[in-house]
Design a binder for this molecule. Structure first.
Ligand SMILES: [Zn+2]
Length: 363
């Protein structure tokens, strides 16, 4: 029993849809063959050479990490450079690499939900800007019997995804009119004669990166020789919030909360910036580098924000905004969510006889 890299990727795309990633975040299959057979998987936070070596000695065919290995286009791959070294090791051991990054930060049950649950927050709700993507609305005019074929073709090419719903479309009936000219080969009507045809106007959302593929698929599925369609750019919006905010099990002084966080995250070096005597009831959390979410935390009336690492200017901004800022460690705030990712993969892959490990030996 086994699976393939492609099947594992399709499952990951279901629990952390790629369209939820921030623009230019190079998630997905970064290296390897989608058709490769997989019997063992290693999950980790980072695809560093040490982790790749561990995947090799555990005889894994797939490594799934939170952080991508290749962040910017590579101009060279040198084996004495840490990224090049990891690429070399992955290629030599024939290990595929999949990254599930900001799409897993945002996803239900992902990095930030897991962090909020670990801290025993209640009344958890999303907060803060998420990934904003350029989207288009495509409107196409189709003879009524062809509605489903055209909607299916566009959906299969990537149109019509809204949150956790796919094949989303709207249609309304109307009458299209036209006159075929000499040389035309009309699906309905005759050359030189004005035609009135019952048509449906179908509307679907399309992310920018799928627009060309969707238009091509729509034209192939459409019966008309000349297809009438419009493409409208939409006001860019952020549909999914990245952070989570919730209520602590009990109100705590900032200094007490620091100890609570240190214990929950397993990091004695948690630091805090802002008024130590402030009583914290609601806590906002953003795993990783989330200092820029201070204004959002303030807007959501959070008393404090926990993130992994902060820049110097965030430390005085915390005082100025009266939002206590906790720096819990990049790895410490994201590892619980990476473990959750391993658990989800294991639920899916164990019935297929595939073993899933977490880097470092824990599972
Ligand atoms: Zn991170």
């Amino acid at each position: 029993m086994a699976t393939t890299v492609r099947e594992a990727l399709e499952f990951l795309n279901e629990i952390a849809p790629p369209q939820w990633a921030f623009p230019n975040d190079p998630i997905g299959l970064q290296l390897g063959d989608p058709n490769q057979t997989v019997e063992r998987v290693l999950v980790a936070l980072d695809p560093d050479p040490r982790t790749v070596t561990q995947a090799k000695y555990r005889d894994c065919q797939l490594l799934v990490t939170h952080h991508p290995l290749i962040f910017r286009p590579l101009s060279k791959i040198r084996f004495d450079d840490p990224v090049g070294m990891a690429v070399q090791l992955l290629c030599e051991a024939k290990i595929a690499l999949i990254a599930v990054h900001t799409n897993w930060d945002v996803a239900p049950g992902g990095i930030n939900d897991t962090l909020a649950e670990l801290l025993e927050l209640t009344e958890i709700r999303p907060f803060g800007e998420g990934p904003a993507r350029q989207e288009y609305k495509i409107a196409v005019f189709t003879p009524t019997p062809h509605i489903d074929a055209v909607i299916d073709a566009m959906a299969n090419a990537g149109a019509g995804v809204i949150g956790l719903y796919r094949r989303c479309a709207f249609y309304a009936s109307g009458v299209g009119t036209y006159e075929p000219m000499e040389g035309a080969n009309p699906y309905l009507g005759q050359v030189g004669k004005r035609e009135h045809a019952e048509e449906m106007r179908i509307e679907m959302l399309v992310p920018a990166e799928r627009l060309n593929a969707v238009v091509q698929a729509m034209r192939r599925a459409h019966p008309y020789e000349e297809v009438a369609y419009d493409v409208y750019p939409l006001h860019t919006r952020a549909e999914h919030a990245l952070g989570r905010v919730g209520v602590l099990p009990k109100p705590m002084l900032a200094s007490e909360l620091r100890d609570y966080l240190a214990q929950k995250l397993g990091n004695p070096f948690v630091r805090h910036y802002g008024k130590p005597s402030k009583v914290i009831r609601t806590l906002a959390v953003v795993g990783g580098s989330g200092g820029d979410y201070l204004p959002d935390a303030q807007q959501f009336h959070a008393d404090a924000l926990l993130t992994g690492e902060v820049r110097h200017h965030h430390t005085w901004e915390a005082w100025a905004r009266d939002v206590v800022l906790f720096e819990g460690g990049h790895a410490e705030t994201e590892t619980p969510g990476a473990h959750r990712l391993a658990d989800r993969l294991r639920e899916f892959l164990a019935p297929r006889g595939v073993e899933v490990f977490f880097a470092g030996g824990e599972s």
